[in-house]
Design a protein around this ligand. Structure first.
Ligand code: FAD
Length: 406
């Protein structure tokens, strides 16, 4: 019998338990009341579900003081401890609360502005993220610059008191819904690789920005091509020094998928338990090979959880250990969850068998298992592909010979 992993260890101080009760009560009340229809909606592969309602949900969370928990109080956060942030994500996932629409601002741009931004940038942007009045997207990847981000060719130059930006980004998640984009652009003519880049904050709603949706395997369009054609942003909306954007861009990546992975595992455990129910009902669980794959999945989830908690508790997120160890831990985490989730999608298809080939949800739509199977192919790509993670571990952490560079 598969069980949801127990709460993280070390989270039992009185304040922590009071905090847990506050979060649990608020979620129970909201998800049994005004937001009852939103349980379980959204998330990777399902971002199209109830967007407006989930936006309202995020704003209700903000009004209750439950967004940006780890931020300093002066910027609307709660100075929440690591343990409290873990508690929040655990309770959030256990309550089957909807996927957040403002996560790119809260988890990526906000921490970046806190770490590298000016006081004026903090005043301008943090309240909009904290209160979910402005949504963000991430303008890194380009047709010729994905894994090799230093090949960015989108360019920008100062034209009076504004930057003029021209170029193309691709795979830009939620750009069609975002108010702002954090863009890595080449601002020093003739520069190459990670030199001469800047980290610009660019408003999306302007004539120089065109967003073209990319339809995915799942039939929905969560990411986009974004074309900048003399797009404009104010001269002071560069985070860090002009030309020093690589450092800032890498800083953002260290915030990607931190504490929220704890809640992610609870969602994974629920998916695994639901799939086990399907397998029990249709008899496939009696097949020893299938049963063995369920066992392996259960063990894999425990390994993932142990690794993530150890990483967070020992400051391997970059707070107290050297950059090499932090990079290695982050890459192991990424490999563990991405492969685990992709394998679950494959297991789901094998459990469903031939009926899994038919789109049988209302409107001939894909059902949740089919969506999971198709979208989890992307898990091993975004946030750094499997191959790139293995390169980091082998070259930067283990010190193996570097692969030949072009
Ligand atoms: C669902 C999803 C959402 C995304 N959202 C965003 C977003 O919001 N913003 C954004 O900027 N980007 C986003 N991306 C883009 C993502 O970051 C890139 O897809 C990723 O970095 C890989 O880049 P690429 O697609 O250009 O592939 P490439 O870098 O061209 O890689 C192609 C293949 O070659 C392999 N490869 C590349 N280099 C090496 C190497 N040195 N050694 C061995 N193998 C190698 C890769 O692993 C991959 O299998 C998203 C992607 C997905 C799938």
């Amino acid at each position: 019998m598969i069980q949801t992993p127990e709460p993280a260890s070390g989270t039992t101080s009185r304040q922590d338990e009071e905090f847990r009760a506050e979060v649990r009560d608020w979620l129970a009340q909201a998800l049994n009341g005004q937001f009852r229809e939103l349980r379980g909606l959204g998330g990777p592969g399902r971002e199209h579900e109830a967007f407006e309602e989930r936006l309202e949900w995020d704003r209700a969370l903000a009004a209750a003081g439950l967004t940006c928990l780890g931020w300093p109080k002066e910027w609307g956060g709660r100075d929440a401890t690591l343990a409290q942030q873990v508690i929040f994500h655990e309770e959030y996932a256990k309550a089957d609360a909807p996927s957040r629409v403002s996560h790119l601002g809260e988890e990526l741009l906000g921490p970046t502005v806190l770490a590298f931004g000016t006081e004026e940038q903090k005043r301008r942007f943090l309240p909009g993220i904290r209160n979910v009045t402005e949504l963000w997207c991430q303008g890194y990847s380009e047709p010729g610059a994905g894994s090799d981000l230093a090949a960015v060719s989108t360019s920008a130059y100062l034209d009076g008191d504004e930057w003029s930006i021209t170029g193309q980004k691709v795979w830009t998640s939620l750009a069609h819904l975002a108010d702002w984009c954090f863009v890595v652009a080449r601002t020093e003519k003739g520069s190459s690789r990670h030199h001469g880049l800047s980290y610009l904050l660019v408003p999306m709603n302007q004539p120089g920005v065109e967003v073209r949706p990319i339809i995915q395997l799942t039939g929905t369009a969560e990411f986009n091509e974004v074309y900048f054609d003399n797009a404009r942003t104010a001269a002071d909306l560069v985070v860090g020094a002009p030309g020093d954007g690589w450092k800032v861009a890498m800083g953002t990546l260290t915030f990607e998928r931190g504490i929220s992975t704890v809640g992610q595992q609870i969602r994974y455990a629920r998916e695994l338990a639901d799939l086990e129910d399907v397998a029990r009902k249709n008899g496939t669980l009696e097949n020893a090979v299938v049963a063995d794959r369920f066992d392996k999945a259960w063990v894999g989830l425990r390994v993932l959880r142990a690794h993530v908690l150890r990483t967070l508790e020992s400051g391997h997120d970059g707070a107290t250990v050297d950059a090499r160890t932090a990079a290695g831990s982050a890459s192991v985490t990424k490999l563990l969850w991405a492969n685990w989730h992709r394998d679950l999608g494959e297991l789901a298809m094998d459990v469903l068998g031939a009926p899994g080939l038919i789109a049988d949800a209302p409107g001939d739509d894909l059902n949740a298992w089919q969506r999971l199977f198709l979208f989890t192919r992307a898990d091993t790509i975004y946030g750094g592909s499997n191959e790139v993670q293995r390169n980091i571990i082998s070259e930067r952490v283990l010190g193996l010979p570097r692969e030949a560079r072009p």
